[in-house]
Design a protein around this ligand. Structure first.
Ligand code: AMP
Ligand code: MG
Length: 335
């Protein structure tokens, strides 16, 4: 008994001294972010993470003139020098562009701009306008040699599909350097976790529903990222009420029109998860399943317009459906 009390006291002392909590809310990358972490240096780690995410935005944003990406996009076909960090991210992204056979395409900026998504001045362009820009969207024309990058004149990179996931990864890395072993980073709905909750249990992550207000369910995870791409995030409607979403099909130069409402990727790396969430959305259910079977290094939840939720077997073990609110949803186990 004495031993038990001593153990409890000791853990309380250690826990009490070292497990301070810090929580920060801020705006970055055009979205609200919340970082919550535990540890002796929690306050400092949080501050550093927030500052870092702000600086990262200034490196990989396509719209900020001081960014690496902006420099490359406005070089008129000339070679420019970028940071190692930006080069690594572009390299990684190009690799997924190839692996997904162009479902992910980091060179769609000219067409997403044409549709007004980059400045929120939306319009439906003509077929001719789109066709004229399509040759500028071939990611095979990005020449990256170490930290030197060269695009064809008029080509423009957009890392919007991977940026927040990358920010989560990098901020988490930094926080670990400050001794943080338990943290939850919510970067505009993109979740990155470090370790488990301080009490040793998993983090509970609500998965947004594309159908209604209450979450479609919850996922219990640790040490992983949970990243969702969804049509409800950003879209506009034409005069007939037709919806055009911010995720584009690189083959057509148009917003994706398929059966998917939202695609969530679950894996350790936020960057990979972010690249995947967008890719899965574009690929649709069938191709996503093929891709998952081929690489088998992530899990997913895809919700479709016909009221189905596809979930891979490992994710299903960690997922609880909000049955009360979504009784009609058909859950399909992918194995
Ligand atoms: P996400 O919310 O991670 O799916 O990223 C969507 C953002 O990535 C969009 O707002 C665009 O900036 C960009 N984007 C749109 N379609 C694609 C695509 N097929 N591949 C890569 N980036 C895209
Ligand atoms: Mg993404």
């Amino acid at each position: 008994m004495k031993k038990i009390i001593a153990t409890i006291l000791t853990s309380f002392l250690i826990f009490g001294c070292t497990n301070k909590k810090a929580e920060n809310y801020f705006e970055s990358m055009n979205t609200f972010m919340k970082v919550q972490c535990y540890g002796e240096n929690a306050e400092e780690a949080n501050k550093v993470a927030q500052k870092y995410i702000g600086e990262l935005e200034a490196t990989i944003s396509a719209t900020k003139p001081e960014s690496n990406l902006y420099k490359a996009n406005h070089a008129n076909g000339n070679q420019v020098e970028i940071t190692q960090q930006a080069a690594d991210l572009i390299n990684f992204t190009l690799d997924i562009c190839k692996k997904t056979d162009g479902a992910l395409n980091c060179c769609l900026y000219p067409v997403t701009s044409l549709w007004g998504f980059t400045k929120k001045q939306y319009k439906v362009p003509s077929d001719e306008e789109i066709a004229r820009l399509m040759p500028l969207t071939d990611f095979n024309n990005v020449k990256l040699n170490g930290t030197k990058i060269q695009l064809l004149p008029g080509m423009m990179l957009d890392l919007g599909a991977v940026g927040k996931g990358f920010a989560g990864d990098e901020a988490a890395k930094l926080m670990k350097e400050y001794g943080i072993k338990s943290a939850l980073l919510d970067l505009g709905g993109n979740i990155q976790t470090i370790g488990k909750k301080p009490d040793g249990s998993d983090w509970t992550i609500g998965i947004k529903s594309p159908f209604g207000k209450s979450p479609i369910g919850i996922l219990k995870i640790n040490n992983q990222a949970v990243i969702t791409s969804a049509g409800y995030e950003r879209f506009f409607q034409d005069e007939n009420g037709k919806k055009y979403i911010h995720i584009f099909d690189g083959r057509t130069g148009r917003p994706v029109e398929n059966e998917v409402l939202s695609a969530t990727a679950i894996c350790e790396s936020g960057t990979y998860g972010d690249a995947l969430s967008t890719s899965l959305f574009v690929m649709g259910v069938e191709k996503s399943i093929d891709f998952w079977k081929k690489y088998n290094d992530f899990d997913f939840i895809i919700i479709t317009k016909d009221n189905k939720l596809y979930i891979t077997k490992k994710a299903a073990k960690k997922f609880t459906l909000n049955y009360d609110d979504y009784k009609d949803l058909e859950v399909i186990l992918v194995k």
